[in-house]
Structures are given as C-alpha cells and as structure tokens.
Design a protein around this ligand. Sequence first.
Ligand code: V1P
Ligand code: CA
Ligand code: ZN
Length: 393
Amino acid sequence: METKKKVAYFYNNEIGNYNYGKLHLMNPKRISMTHSLIVGYGVYKDLDVYTTREATKEEIMQFHDQDYVEYLSNYVSSSKIDFLKKNGCSIPLIDEDAKNDSDKKKQYGIDVQADCPGFDGLYTFSQLSTGGSIDAAHLIINNAADIAINWGGGLHHAKKGEAYGFCYVNDIVICILELLKVFPRVLYIDIDVHHGDGVEEAFYTTNRVMTVSFHEFGEDFFPGTGGLNSNGEGLGKNYAVNVPLRPGMDDESYVQLFKNVMNKVMEVYRPDVVVFQTGADSLANDKIGHFNLSIKGHGQCLTYMMGFNVPLVVLGGGGYTIQNVSRCWAFETGLLVKKSLNGPIPVDDPFFHLYEKQNVLHVPIQQVENKNSKEDLNKIQEEIFKQLKDVEA
Ligand code: V1P
Ligand code: CA
Ligand code: ZN
C-alpha cells in the first residue's frame, strides 16, 4: 500500500503586496490568490504550513555577486527618495550620485526596458521568494517532508550579477545549491513557457545537476536561448536538456512528450531529488505565452513526476493571467496531497470579484492551431533520446 506523502507548503502574507508597477505583467498578488483558494477549498488541512522567512544576504550571495546583492539591498525608488527629501529625512547614499546610480542600474539590469523595474521592497520581495525555496530544500534534506511547495519561488532568469526577465534573485539556483550540500544528483525540470536560462547557465558545466526546460522558442520569443543543441559543456556535456517548441502546444501533445522525455531522463539520470518549476504561463490564454494547455494538462506533468517517488521541491514561476495562475497552483497543491477541489470558487474568497465572470476552477479553453506537427515533435524527442544515450554510457 502506498504511504501518505508529507507535504510542506511555504507562504507569507506579505508577498502579495509587492508591486512591479501599474503596467507590469508580473503581479505578486497571484501568490495570495493561490493561497486564498488553498484555504477556501480546505487543502491546507493536508499540508504542513510554514511561514516563509526572508533569505539572508549570505544565503543569497552563495550564487549572486556581493556588489549586485548590496545594490539590491540598498535600492530605494526615486519616488521614495523625493518623499524622504520632502519630509526632511536623510537620503540613503545609493542615490547621492545620480549618474553613478544610472550606470549601476544598467549594469545590474534594473529598469532596462522595464522588465526588471526598480520598485520599493524589491529586495524583501526577492528575500521572501528565496527564503521559501531554501527552507523547502532544508525540509527535504532533513526528511521532514517528501514534497515541499513554494509558489513564491521559481524565478529562473536571474543571473549571478544581473536582474533579468522579471527575476532579481535566482531562488532556484540557491535551492539547488543547498540540496547539493547533501545529495549527489539533482534534477531540475522547468515547464514555464520560457527557457530556464538562469538555472541552466549556473549548472552548465556540472553533471551533478541535470536541467530540463520545455519552452516556446522562435520568432524573437524571450529569452531566445534554449535551442535543442544547447546541451552543456565540459563535465556538464549532455546534462542540459532543452525542448524548444512552437506556439499552440495542447494537452495531448505536451503531456505525451513530457512523459516520454522525463521517463527517459529518470531512467538514465536517477536523481536523488527533483526541483520542479511549474510556471503557469504555459497555460492557454496567458498574456505572454502561446501554449494551449489546460490546468489539468499542466497538472498531469506534476502527477507524472510524483509517481517516481523521489523527493520533490515544487516552485512557481511565470503566469500572467492571474486568475488562471491561482486556479492552476491551487489545483496542483490539491494533486500533491491527493485531494480534489470540488465546487465553484468559494464566494467568501477575498479575491472572488476577480473570478466573478467564471467562478469555477477549470475554465474551458478554445482550440487554437498547434504549430508543432507530430513529425516535428518526434524529431525533437529522437534528438533528446540520442543525447541521453550519451549520459547512459
Ligand atoms: O521580451 C522581453 C524583452 C524586452 N524586449 C526588448 C525583449 N521581455 C519579456 C520578458 C518575459 C519574462 C518572463 C519571465 C518568466 O519566465 C519567469 C518569471 O515568466 C517581456 C514580455 C514578453 N511579451 O515577452 N516583458 C514584457 N513582455 C513586459 C510587458 C509589460 C511590462 C513589462 C514587461
Ligand atoms: Ca521552461
Ligand atoms: Zn515564463
């Protein structure tokens, strides 16, 4: 008989209050919306709920450069500086020299074309995102959980010394570095619609981490990396797996490809632990991504990985139609504790007004053209199997 898995869940009420700016697509409120559904549907009863703490500077500097972390931790927006000046408060050193500050902003990727704007609290926001992922790793290490969830994590683009693609601190890399202190082999899976470039790059030359990213690719789709033949270097050769896809991936083709690739990966790599980034921008009707997955299809990927009975860290990521993100991650929290979420969105949910037009968990999706032919997908799979044969050898 299968024993019940111990599932831990990290959340902090503050995380939903941070704001990338009015016109930005990344909205931390989706984490609070997910939490409200987890509470409203009663899923929390089957979870060990932990309040997320802020990661320390030392923890963040395990991956990121000191000068970059210092910059982030001292960041104050110009509107806040104006406010402080008006009120006769002392001004932090960081903005005394405006020219120097604008050079630094450029160097550290802040405000470049508005993907990573400077906003008040961006460092604390990143500390909360990272604290959850680090402690998720610690629970797994200490055998205190079989599965640990942090929907506030999964910010896969952040580089060692640069913010990138809505991500300032790479909580995933830091989580994996914690796991590597104890486990010989870590498998990283990324079903966000974007390539998991920051994580791939951090472990590109090691065979102790295998990274596997499924993503939309081509026609200038961000970030433009993650081609089929980017496979790692040196000791890491063949330990980076990329599954570049065209728009329109549907449940049938995506889930089948996911299962085939991951079955082979598990067979050849035999990881001690899996870190799973479950970005919800691969769902249909996302504001950035162009895949056509239903929440059930997305969730089938998670259920499939649960079946291997390897400890699992589950993280969030992208997702820009926020009602679908919260629906998806609440549903997937249910999958992880084997509890189905029944009935419409609870009327007393504090975000109920946002679902009012469709107050159900599973919204119907329109059929759109799948630009990936069966032949294309077979070719991609064949190439990946060839690559994995070399891991086996
Ligand atoms: O396309 C770009 C850059 C800006 N261009 C000159 C190239 N950026 C994308 C970034 C997407 C980041 C996704 C993050 C994640 O993988 C993980 C959290 O999901 C971008 C896009 C886009 N349509 O691809 N930025 C924006 N849209 C954007 C829109 C409004 C306001 C700010 C940024
Ligand atoms: Ca991905
Ligand atoms: Zn994304």
